[in-house]
Design a protein around this ligand. Structure first.
Ligand code: SF4
Length: 199
């Protein structure tokens, strides 16, 4: 766990009280209908943007650093990410949980990841029919195109593309913990987590 050196972007400071503007029960139901395994309200106290998480992106373990418009460095600075997120007053966390036959069941990991991506994009579409301005953050980089246009041409779908929670500098397990939602869901399971911020 990296030492905390974080940018606090909670709207109106650390003691904001979120008004009951959104029906969490209804949003959870909608997320489950979209195919997610579980969902819950994201505690805005968890929106702490950590340069250390960005540093992990730079280590390029996912082979996307510097290869996608929605990954660092092209997606902007950690300060930009915090400023963007600060406009939103409500968050929904969503998870897709897969079962693995053993600890090396890569097929189950891949299949669950693909299912999560489909669920994630479907719910973006559904939420956008009701809310003009949402901020989706995925479990991996934008993969709308087979090959990202970066850096040779502009993003092909700037209105649809999305960054990962990690690209925003969010420490996903901590976001889950603070929000009271398990990050791990048991032995021989794999969990993918994403979120949506609403104004
Ligand atoms: S929509 Fe296409 S071009 Fe834009 S970030 Fe996603 S993959 Fe890259």
């Amino acid at each position: 766990m990296p030492a905390m050196r974080a940018i606090d972007a909670r709207p109106n400071g650390p003691h904001t009280i979120t008004m009951a503007k959104y029906d969490t029960t209804e949003l959870i139901r909608e997320a489950l209908d979209a195919g997610f395994s579980q969902a819950g309200e994201l505690n805005l106290e968890a929106l702490v943007f950590m340069p250390e998480v960005r540093d992990m992106c730079r280590a390029d373990r996912c082979n996307q650093y510097g290869r996608n418009w929605r990954c660092p460095p092209a997606c902007g600075s950690i300060e930009d990410a915090a400023e963007r997120a600060a406009k939103y007053s409500y968050g929904l966390l969503v998870q897709t949980i897969g079962t693995m036959e053993d600890d090396f069941d890569y097929q189950a990991m891949l299949d669950t990841g693909e299912q999560h991506k489909r669920n994630f994009v479907d719910l973006i579409g559904a939420l956008k029919t009701r809310y003009d301005d949402i901020l989706p953050m995925g479990a991996g980089t934008c993969s709308i195109c087979t090959a990202c246009a970066y850096p040779d041409a502009p993003c092909r779908f700037p209105e649809k593309s999305y960054s990962s929670m990690e690209a925003y500098g969010l420490w996903v397990s901590r976001v889950c913990e603070i929000s009271g939602i398990p990050y791990n869901n048991g032995k021989r399971t794999i969990t993918y987590t994403s979120c949506y911020l609403l104004k």
